[in-house]
Design a binder for this molecule. Structure first.
Ligand SMILES: Cc1cc2nc3c(=O)[nH]c(=O)nc-3n(C[C@H](O)[C@H](O)[C@H](O)COP(=O)(O)OP(=O)(O)OC[C@H]3O[C@@H](n4cnc5c(N)ncnc54)[C@H](O)[C@@H]3O)c2cc1C
Length: 358
């Protein structure tokens, strides 16, 4: 048994959502414990590491994680540049970004325990929650919490426990390769072969994150084969150079929002499907949802009124409900669409006015 037998707010996961939640709870003066499965926060990185520029000013320590800034996003269809959109952004070291946020939460008073996996949750006495935890050395222990915030990523254990069901996610794969020429912009590539998805090339100093995410279609080339073909293409274009042992990563991107409050269990970030269903970007929403969830959890603890956590769902819906619902509808239409992207790309990509039409 560990010394951590009780806490007011238990946060599962020390990614952007979990650390933002813990920071908000701690700043409000409530007790908060964070469980993180990884031994080192943020490692390994599973991300293309692009954030919109304003986010760097909002997240403690984020500026130090910036590797390079970008000014615009170029979109390519069938190899032709179809748009150059002003989009000030930053390509970051995601490990440093996550670590800085976790450190900020700790400095505010949160306890962050790494190498600790949440195995399951069950109802405890007085409407509380018993969390079953396993340390990296195999030791198991339990903790009793008033409120649980599930910020444990796309395949969230907390979400599975309180919502069950299967929520749509798409697979993504990426290689980091040496950049052959300096680039001041990000690039996204569309092709019918990447249904309801796209490939990207994001410059990061001397390297570039080159990847893709799309609906996995039975009978089509696997995502790995498509990534290798895309890498050949951008190598041939002289943008990146081949590397015999590139850093490879991948993961799941939620493209369907999930209800974010169930009693006194809150979900934030990828655990709640807060990722943008078209772009797959989720860092900014994770930070904001985490902050909101943490703030309302602390209020509920402070005022002894658990119903206050429902304000998190309301505030989230007010700020993001329409945006994510619209993107979800566009995704479903894109997935169903079998015609030529030449005709319809403007309805499905966020860079075009037509995308925002009702
Ligand atoms: C290949 C790829 C590229 C991407 N590129 C971008 C991009 O460029 N820009 C962008 O904005 N978004 C990007 N995303 C999405 C972005 O990474 C996520 O939206 C973001 O990480 C969500 O943050 P989070 O805190 O909700 O979840 P996560 O970052 O996934 O953090 C969850 C944390 O919970 C921990 N955890 C999981 N289960 C348990 C458990 N049972 N017990 C304890 N701890 C647990 C994990 O170890 C992890 O540290 C990308 C995603 C992928 C897969």
């Amino acid at each position: 048994m560990s010394q951590y037998r009780r806490c007011s707010v238990l946060v599962c996961g020390a990614g952007p959502a979990g650390s933002s939640a813990a920071l908000a709870v701690a700043r409000a003066g409530a007790g908060v414990l964070v469980l993180e499965r990884r031994r080192l926060v943020g490692v390994p990185v599973r991300c293309a590491e692009y954030i919109p520029a304003p986010l760097a000013g909002l997240v403690p320590g984020a500026r130090e994680s910036i590797v390079q800034k970008t000014t615009s996003m170029r979109a390519f269809l069938h190899g032709e540049c179809i748009q150059n959109l002003a989009a000030p952004g930053c390509v970051i070291r995601r490990d440093l970004f996550d670590q800085a946020l976790a450190r900020a939460a700790q400095e505010a008073g949160a306890r962050v325990l790494t190498g600790q996996s949440l195995l399951g949750l069950e109802e405890g006495p007085g409407g509380r929650h018993i969390a079953h935890v396993q340390a990296a050395d195999g030791t198991q222990w339990d903790i009793l919490a008033d409120i649980v915030i599930g910020a444990d990523g796309p395949k969230s254990t907390v979400c599975a426990k309180v919502l069950g069901g299967s929520w749509q996610m798409i697979p993504a794969l990426q290689m980091t390769l040496p950049l052959a020429v300096p680039l001041d912009h990000t690039r996204v590539y569309f092709d019918e072969d990447l249904r309801a998805g796209y490939a990207w090339l994001f410059p990061k100093g001397k390297v570039a994150n080159v990847g893709l995410g799309a609906v996995a279609d039975a009978g089509r080339a696997t995502l790995g084969r498509r990534l290798r073909a895309f890498v050949e293409k951008v190598c041939d274009e002289g943008l990146v150079t081949r590397d015999a042992t590139p850093v490879c990563t991948g993961g799941w991107i939620p493209v369907q929002e999930r209800p974010c409050v169930q009693g006194s269990v809150l979900l934030a970030g990828d655990a709640a499907g807060h990722t943008h269903p078209i772009t797959g970007a989720g860092i900014a929403q994770a930070v904001q949802a985490g902050e909101m969830a943490g703030r309302w959890a602390a209020q509920a603890i402070g005022k002894g009124c658990m119903a206050l956590v429902n304000n998190y769902a309301e505030e989230w819906q007010d700020q993001y409900g329409d945006l994510l619902a619209h993107a979800r509808a566009r995704r479903l239409a894109w997935e169903a669409h079998v015609g030529s992207l030449d005709r319809v790309i403007r309805s499905f990509w966020i860079g075009y006015r037509e995308y925002y039409a009702a």
